[in-house]
Design a protein around this ligand. Structure first.
Ligand SMILES: [Zn+2]
Length: 317
């Protein structure tokens, strides 16, 4: 049996364990929302498309702007109520991506994408879940200005948690798109793939959108068969992770591979192959002799692979 590699304490997964109380009942309470907006500790996360605006304040940037400070950065397209953090109201403010351009040169600001913020730890970890919440919700608003039922312009409602169509009176709610992400395993080995857009050394779990009319287990088996030609049996849920690029929920699973021969779907992937636990441990620890790596700890793929390295076939339960 392969020795169990020592990977140290588990790292923190990104965008999860939100400290936000979503205060759902307040979304339909206009007086409460107005009070929150005027609250002395009210704070805004400011986002324009893929970019997040931070205050450049030394090693750790500060992502919180007062409503007045946020107002000076540009005209908000949307302002959404995220909830309360330690009883302080938190909002997401959406700027036009063009309004971000003139801010890029300012020395008091740091403007970058959320992946970079998460991977480089540019803000305190407690801010990642509300920034993810704000980014996904604001992105939904940006893509749903018109009613998909009748084509009329829609209006934001409920602190940004609904858009109503004044023409056909249909109510529209923010979408979350389920994505299955899985490690197919057999004995001491698991299958990883490489997308062409990955960094040259990175390999990750296979993944794909769950389709209408499909269970999570069926989506896992279909994706592994489509992308790597491997048939799977048992599927075990591992954990999930909000993935606001733009609005996915990653559903992490382990799958029991029933066949061994990999046939790569070259439309989707550059390559896919088996890795044994020892090699995966070196990749997680960034000690692989050829420099191969897994995704970083902010991504759920890292944690799925790590659980297989630590527990082998027991991850299937
Ligand atoms: Zn309509």
């Amino acid at each position: 049996m392969a020795p169990r590699p020592d990977l140290g304490p588990p790292p923190r997964l990104g965008y999860v364990a939100s400290a936000i109380d979503r205060a759902v009942a307040c979304r339909t309470d206009d007086a409460a929302l107005k009070k929150f907006a005027e609250h002395p500790r009210a704070g805004c996360y400011v986002i324009g498309g893929e970019l997040v605006v931070l205050k450049n304040s030394g090693e750790r940037s500060d992502p919180i702007f007062s409503p007045a400070e946020a107002g000076k950065l540009g005209t908000a397209r949307e302002k959404v109520f995220l909830g309360l953090m330690d009883e302080a109201p938190r909002f997401g403010v959406g700027l036009d991506p063009q309004a971000i351009e003139p801010l890029q040169g300012r020395k008091d600001l740091k403007i970058t994408d959320l992946r970079t913020i998460a991977v480089q730890g540019l803000v305190g970890a407690e801010h990642l879940p509300p920034i993810a919440e704000a980014k996904a919700l604001l992105g939904w608003h940006a893509r749903h200005r018109f009613c998909p039922n009748c084509g009329a312009p829609t209006q934001p409602m409920c602190g940004g948690w609904r858009r109503d169509c004044p023409s056909c009176e249909v109510e529209h709610f923010p979408r979350t798109d389920p994505v299955v992400i899985m490690l197919a395993i057999a004995g001491e080995r698991g299958v990883l793939g490489r997308s062409r857009r990955f960094a040259p050394t990175m390999w990750s779990c296979l993944a794909g959108f769950a389709e209408p009319g499909e269970t999570i287990e069926e989506a896992v088996r279909r994706e592994v068969l489509e992308e790597a030609g491997i048939a799977c049996g048992r599927v075990k849920y591992f954990a999930s992770q909000p993935w606001p690029f733009p609005s996915s929920l990653m559903i992490g699973c382990i799958a029991e591979a029933l066949s061994q021969t990999i046939v790569v779907d070259l439309e989707e992937l550059e390559d896919a192959r088996w890795f044994d636990r020892e090699e995966l441990a070196l990749m997680l620890a960034r000690k692989h002799p050829q420099g191969l790596t897994t995704p970083p700890p902010v991504a759920i793929a890292h944690h799925i692979i790590r659980s297989f390295v630590a527990d082998g076939g027991n991850v299937l339960g």
